[in-house]
Design a protein around this ligand. Structure first.
Ligand code: URA
Length: 219
């Protein structure tokens, strides 16, 4: 995996197997897709937060029996940013485990008029002190990497260090990982699955189809 991206964390939790089987199955209805993908994304969100070294502090607490050396997450040091629209589903799970976290939104769409289908930025609303925070960038599917690169570019433009960005992702593929590795090797990627490849329509194989359409019932 290090050959695909130097900063890649692939989740190995056994609990993900059942959840992935449910959401990959094209027979899974929209309600179940939302239910199982939210369970999966909650695991992903927890594991992503656990990777935010710059927002984690060492503390001593006291159990009724003894002192305990532990760690806590400082929500004020984190900003969660979604790539609209599919990213909003994962953003919801991140917000559920980090109440009060500051939020940004980025809308990027492929320019279908051009042959290259280049990713174009349409909207970007980020909190003012984002450059002082670690950023969880949320997008469930990393396909070509075009949207993710554009979103990271928008964050870097406002002063966020690439090493302070964690890209949180449900399914990725070698093409997208290599693309991000070439442009932003310092951005850590936390993913729940690395699939085989992209097909000619730029869908991930085996993947699960169009995540946004299945999650938001716009099939
Ligand atoms: N976006 C999706 O929703 N699915 C893919 O397979 C690729 C990009």
């Amino acid at each position: 995996m290090a050959t695909l991206h130097p900063n890649l964390v692939v989740l190995k939790n056994k609990s993900l197997r059942n959840l992935f089987t449910k959401i990959r199955d094209q027979e899974t209805n929209v309600r179940d897709f939302e239910f199982y993908s939210c369970r999966l994304m909650t695991v992903l969100a927890e594991e992503t937060v656990a990777e935010l070294d710059n927002a984690i502090e060492q503390v001593t607490v006291h159990t009724p029996c003894a002192a305990f050396q532990g760690e806590v997450v400082d929500v004020d040091k984190i900003c969660a940013v979604s790539i609209v629209r599919a990213g909003d589903s994962l953003l919801g799970c991140v917000r559920a485990i980090l109440p009060g976290v500051s939020v940004g939104k980025i809308l990027i769409q492929r320019d279908e008029r051009t042959v290259e289908k280049e990713a174009k930025l349409y909207y970007c609303k980020l909190p003012p002190k984002i450059s002082e925070k670690v950023v969880i960038l949320c997008d469930p599917m990393l396909a070509t990497g075009g949207s993710a690169k554009k979103a990271i570019e928008s964050l870097v433009d406002v002063g966020v260090k690439p090493s302070n960005i964690i890209f949180s992702n449900v399914v990725c593929c070698p093409e997208g990982l290599k693309n991000l590795a070439a442009a932003y090797p310092e951005v850590k990627i936390v993913t729940a699955a690395v699939d085989e490849c992209l097909n000619e329509d730029k869908y991930i194989v085996p993947g699960l189809g169009d995540y946004g359409d299945r999650f938001f019932n716009t099939v």
